[in-house]
Write a protein that binds this ligand. Structure first.
Ligand SMILES: Cc1ncc(C[n+]2csc(CCOP(=O)(O)OP(=O)(O)O)c2C)c(N)n1
Ligand code: SF4
Ligand SMILES: [Mg+2]
Length: 317
């Protein structure tokens, strides 16, 4: 059983670079690095980490340099999950045989973007969860294939203009709504799944520490604001993230053992969804009169999803 790390204050927590260096090539204001640091700084345990191909991997491991002060594996776009599951299985086998060189049990964490998680690596993640590996899988969900120039993924929300769903005179951008990955992962009977956002750092610490204390596969869906593809000023990452959580576009909740749903953040003042959309260039065409129906649809869907979450919390289903 790992010891729970005591976090004294935000400054110490957010600036400590013992595990993940500030020296990396991510865009200024990229939420990926904030989230990674929040996760790694939430524990004192030894860590075995992996990253799928994507912005995080490409920008933190430029040969011969690395930003990672832990064991770290990069394998393919689709399979950081399986690489980490393999490391976890090997650790267990060596422990059983008594051939480990240290008596400390590390934590095993795989990172992947939404393209890697929701789409191309999905079957590998599903397999790891079905087999019940003792690992945490973290999706850095920026709702787009950022590293390859901004193609839509199945996490891209309605109305978003991407290079493969461009808004113009004949289109308002992405037509479909994003996949509900948390429900899909909960349906694997995972002992713990949770949605987190970097602006709500105390909520993040609590969930990550719960995840590390849980035996079995843990899924974390982390909203990761992307200054380049969402098109906002790099100084506004946390402000945009606040709008996401306070408009309930990105609700914060957890699901334990597939059924026990807890909402972990209820904004005192819920802000209109259009305030969140209006802060980002990827949605700017939605404010043209001909696209007013998409703005209405956004608000309606967000209200309906929040209502459903509250009913699921009450019903424990
Ligand atoms: C099997 C395979 N398909 C496609 C690629 C090309 N590729 C590399 S990174 C990337 C986009 C990554 O998107 P995402 O997983 O959302 O991470 P982000 O860069 O947005 O953080 C793609 C398509 C690849 N490396 N391997
Ligand atoms: S493109 Fe987006 S996800 Fe990639 S490094 Fe820049 S801000 Fe981060
Ligand atoms: Mg992405």
């Amino acid at each position: 059983m790992s010891e729970i790390k005591k976090i004294k204050n935000l400054k110490e927590f957010s600036t400590s670079a013992d595990r993940f260096e500030g020296a990396n090539l991510l865009c200024p204001g990229c939420a990926h690095s904030i989230i990674v640091r929040e996760i790694l700084n939430a524990t004192n345990d030894d860590l075995i980490l992996g990253s799928s191909t994507g912005c995080l991997e490409v920008c933190t491991a430029v040969y011969p340099y690395t930003s990672w002060d832990n064991s770290w594996i990069h394998i393919g776009f689709e399979n950081s999950s399986t690489a980490i599951a393999g490391a976890e299985a090997m650790h267990k086998a060596k422990k059983r045989k008594g051939t480990l060189i240290s008596d400390r049990d590390p934590k095993f964490v795989a990172f992947g973007g939404d393209g890697s998680t929701y789409d191309i690596g999905f079957q590998w993640i599903s397999g790891c969860f079905e087999r019940g590996h003792d690992m945490m899988y973290v999706c850095l969900d920026n709702e787009v294939y950022a590293n390859t120039g901004g193609q839509r993924s199945s996490a891209t929300p309605i109305g978003s203009s991407t290079v493969t769903t461009p808004a113009g005179s004949h289109s308002y951008g992405e037509k479909k709504d994003k996949k509900d990955m948390l429900s899909i992962m909960a349906a694997h009977n995972a002992p713990y799944v949770a949605q987190v956002a970097p602006n709500k750092w105390k909520d993040m610490i609590k969930k990550i520490q719960t995840g590390f204390a849980t035996e079995g596969p843990v899924y974390i869906n982390a909203m990761s604001a992307c200054t380049t593809e969402w098109k906002f000023d790099p100084a506004d990452t946390i402000a945009v993230s606040d709008l996401a959580t306070d408009s309930l576009v990105f609700p914060l909740y957890e699901i334990i053992n597939g059924t026990e749903l807890n909402i972990t953040y209820r904004p005192k003042n819920i802000v209109p969804v259009k305030d969140y959309l209006g802060a980002q260039g990827r949605f700017k065409h939605l404010f043209k009169p001909e696209n007013a129906h998409v703005l209405d649809e956004w608000q309606k869907r967000t209200d309906a999803k929040w209502d459903l979450l509250q009913r699921r919390e009450e019903a424990r289903v």
